[in-house]
Ligand binder design. Structure first.
Ligand code: 9L3
Ligand code: MG
Length: 133
């Protein structure tokens, strides 16, 4: 067994809302929603990879805040997903790479999109901490 490679997802928060991103690839995942992010490169920390990935995918600067407890297997266990909350520091997210739609969801809206199954526990953990209104 080789160790599962780490994938980091960002629960980007702004104004009490959570950012959801709809994937375009691979075909099996196209149309499903995720917390944007991706695989760590050699030598990167998870928060460092998150900052890089969100710059590349969305054109924004974020500050990782805290790790969501737990981790979730992806792709039959070859990868493992960890999630960090992150504060939007600058920029407005755009679907530059790997996504074709973005949505800011309020607490009562988080179940309105079709999340990848491995993202759901983290989405619910984060949503329970968003102020409802
Ligand atoms: N994945 C699942 N949930 C997420 C992210 C960022 C990624 N929040 C899965 C989708 C792919 C794999 O991890 O199967 C690698 O992700 P990417 O590098 O294609 O974004
Ligand atoms: Mg990605």
């Amino acid at each position: 067994m080789t160790a599962a490679r780490l994938v980091v997802g960002g629960a980007v928060l702004s104004g009490g809302r959570l950012l959801a991103a709809r994937r375009t690839a691979p075909a099996a995942l196209a149309g499903r929603w995720e917390l944007p992010g991706g695989k760590l490169e050699p030598g990167e920390t998870a928060p460092g990879a998150l900052v890089r990935e969100l710059r590349e995918e969305l054109g924004v600067e974020v500050e990782p805040l805290e790790r969501v407890p737990g981790q979730w297997p992806v792709a039959g266990g070859a990868l493992v997903l960890q999630v960090w909350t992150a504060r939007l520091v600058s920029g407005s997210p755009l679907p530059l790479q790997d996504h074709d739609e973005l949505r800011w969801l309020r607490q009562g809206e988080v179940d309105s999109v079709d999340w990848l199954p491995q993202d759901r526990p983290a989405v619910h953990w984060v949503a329970s901490r968003l102020g409802g209104s």
